[in-house]
Design a protein around this ligand. Structure first.
Ligand SMILES: [Zn+2]
Length: 414
């Protein structure tokens, strides 16, 4: 079918009904014309539903996903035990076929929830580059219906071990971007050195930077200012992303304000991952405990681009996860106190357009001339969608329906 017509659909914040005509995979018309359509055209009646561009998962680990409980369950639930279990899994179980099967299963689950774009981390400090080889293969295999970016991520740090060589090898194999984890290096100085090395390599190789930054409850973890300062120095505006930055929530007010304005000036993108952060952060120390996530509201008010990600999925780090971006959004709303009138629309943007911006996606969004990539949701608006978290009725990629869900229906027999 080369033509598809979606009738009577609404856009968020617009009460009017629209028809969308899709031909050869592209949106060619948006307006009110459904009565004029030809009978042989496939029609989706979107009455009482609304349209949304696809969800963009901006931070996940396909190599660790679906390994929960193997070789054993994380008894403490903490991050350090998770890292140690992941090390054992890599040594005893990791092979290309294993990673491929799990990664494809996660991608398929997430397509059902409306994700068509993803940025996945891949640990390159493992015993071998098995995870990277497998995910590069998966990226190629799914490219006709799913856009996957891979970031080389040195879980054990860049300075000690073979992080730098592995990073360079990963670039030669074809990753889209690179990362470092300064707060896990042995000293503050080595943490700074790891960021400097990462910037130099990214700049000379023309790769995106996605840094795991200050993912700790330690108020003295101050690598965010270093990343922002280097992004300004290297003129890498809009090309650097920081994930987590939990320590920002512990800084004193004057220092936090200084750093937030620096982040804005450097045009850094921020990713927050409320599912994992809510259980990993704030575990130590006395009450009152933190809310787990960084100061998102303040970053948003300062004009920083913030995205919300699902992140870990049934892994040694996180025992839950369904692949639903709306579930991450729901958790985020609570932790960030974002229950105000306009907040639901803002949160939906963090799962869609804001995340698309940090992935550098072009032609994203429902517009004439763009690829027909869109979701049709059985919901009234952003508030209703985030409250109930249904699956999309239709997930459409390049004008083709790639997933269809019949909305749940319950009959009461009181
Ligand atoms: Zn992560």
């Amino acid at each position: 079918m080369s033509e598809l017509l979606i009738c009577n659909a609404r856009f968020i914040g617009d009460e009017q009904l629209y028809d969308i005509r899709i031909r050869h995979g592209k949106i060619i018309e948006i307006g009110q014309f459904s009565r004029m359509c030809k009978e042989e055209v496939k029609i989706i009646d979107a009455t009482n539903q609304f349209l949304l561009p696809p969800f963009v998962e901006s931070h996940i680990h396909l190599d660790t996903a679906l390994t929960y409980g193997k070789p054993f369950v994380n008894h403490s639930g903490g991050l350090s035990e998770g890292i140690s279990i992941w090390g054992q899994y890599q040594r005893d179980y990791l092979n290309e076929e294993d990673v491929e099967l799990r990664a494809k299963s996660v991608i398929e689950s997430m397509i059902e929830y409306g994700v068509l774009y993803m940025r996945s981390m891949v640990d390159i400090t493992a015993y071998s580059q098995v995870g990277l080889h497998a995910l590069l293969k998966v990226k190629e295999e799914v490219k006709d219906y799913f856009d996957l970016q891979l970031i080389a991520f040195p879980q054990l740090g860049l300075i000690h071990g073979n992080g730098v060589e592995r990073l360079k090898e990963a670039i030669s194999l074809g990753v889209d971007g690179i990362s470092c984890v300064p707060h896990l290096e042995n000293t503050r100085e080595e943490g700074i050195k790891s960021i400097q090395m990462c910037f130099q390599i990214a700049k000379s190789e023309g790769k995106a930077l996605h840094i795991f930054c200050d993912e700790t409850d330690d108020a003295d973890s101050k690598f965010l200012e270093v990343v922002a300062s280097l992004a300004i120095e290297h003129r890498l505006s809009e090309q650097v992303t920081v994930s987590h930055i939990n320590a920002l929530a512990y800084y004193n007010e004057s220092y936090a304000q200084k750093v937030i304005s620096l982040v804005k000036r450097a045009h850094l993108h921020v990713v927050t991952a409320p599912l994992i952060s809510s259980v990993v952060q704030g575990r130590l120390g006395e009450w009152p405990k933190s809310r787990g996530i960084t100061r998102v509201k303040d970053l948003v008010e300062a004009g920083v681009n913030v995205a919300c990600a699902h992140d870990d999925f049934l892994s040694p780090f996180y025992p839950l996860g369904t692949g639903s971006p709306l579930q991450a959004g729901y958790m985020f709303i609570h932790l960030a106190h974002m229950t105000g009138k306009d907040d639901f629309d803002k949160v939906l943007k963090m799962l869609t357009t804001n995340a698309a911006r940090l992935l550098g996606l072009s032609n994203y969004g429902i517009d004439i001339g763009h690829p027909a990539n869109l979701l049709i949701f059985p919901a009234k608006d952003a508030h209703d969608l985030l409250r109930r978290q249904p699956k999309p009725s239709y997930v459409i990629h390049n004008g083709r329906i790639v997933a269809q869900t019949i909305p749940e229906q319950t009959t009461l027999t009181l």
